[in-house]
Write a protein that binds this ligand. Sequence first.
Ligand code: SF4
Length: 274
Amino acid sequence: MTLPHPISGRLFGSPVPPASGWPDDPASPGTPIARTHAEVLTLAADCDLTELDARVSVCRACPRLVAWREDVASDKRASFAGEPYWGRPVPGWGDPDPWLVVLGLAPAAHGGNRTGRVFTGDRSGEWLFAALHRAGLAELPTSAHSGDGQRLTGARILAAVRCAPPANKPTPAERDACAPWLAAELALLPRARVVLCLGGFAWDVALRQLATAGLPVPRPRPVFGHGAVATLGEFTLLGSYHPSQQNTFTGKLTAEMLDEVFVAARELGGPHVR
Ligand code: SF4
C-alpha cells in the first residue's frame, strides 16, 4: 500500500524504495548494497560523502536490524498510520563540511526510521533542533520531516548505529558492524574538530573510532558525563546527556544545559578556533 509523504504529497511504499523520489534520498538505482559486515568494510572505503550517504541508506548487513526497521515501517504507530515509513538506514545529515559533529545512538523507530532524517520527527529531535537553532546552527527551530526546509550550517548529525534497534539497544556486534560507515564519514569531514556525544553510548563509540583511527586515547580512559571533555589528536569529544524524554521530562537535562553545551562546543572548536 502506498501513502502520501506528509510534505510533498507523493505516494510511497513502506519501507521507501531507494531512488523513488523521497526528499533527500541519497540513493540511486545503482547504489551498491552491503549485505554482510565484510561488505560494509569494502563499500565504506573509497567513496565521497554523497556516495557514502547513498551506500549507508541501502545497507542490509545486520539481519536483526533490517527485520526490525522494516517491521516497524510496515506495522506503524497508530498516530502515523496514514504516513509512509522510511524503514531504511538513516545516513548522516547536515553541513557537508562541518566544524561540529553531533553524534547520537541510533534512529528512533518512529522518528528517523519514519522520516528518513536523523533526529527528525520525535521528541528528542525537537529538543536537539531547537537548541541547534538557538546556537545559530539550524535554519529552523523545528525538524518535522524530510523536505521541511530545515538546514544546518557548521554542524552535521550522525548516528553511531544507522538502523533503528529494538528497545534502542544495538548489540555489540551490530555496533561494530556499523562502525566502518562512521569511520569513513568522520574521515570525509576534514574541518570537523568537535564531536558532541549525546549519551554514553555515543561517547564510547567515538572513543573507539578515534582510537581505531590511531589517535591517542588519554589514560585513564575519559569517562562520559554532561560537559565532559576529552582531547584526541585534533578532535575534542564533548559529552552531553541525551535529549531523550527520560532525561528531559525528569529535568536531568534542561534547555539551558543543552545551550551551555553548544556554547562550550563553539569555544572548543568553532570556526574562530584555528
Ligand atoms: Fe548496515 Fe549499520 Fe544498519 Fe547494520 S546497523 S544494517 S551496518 S546501516
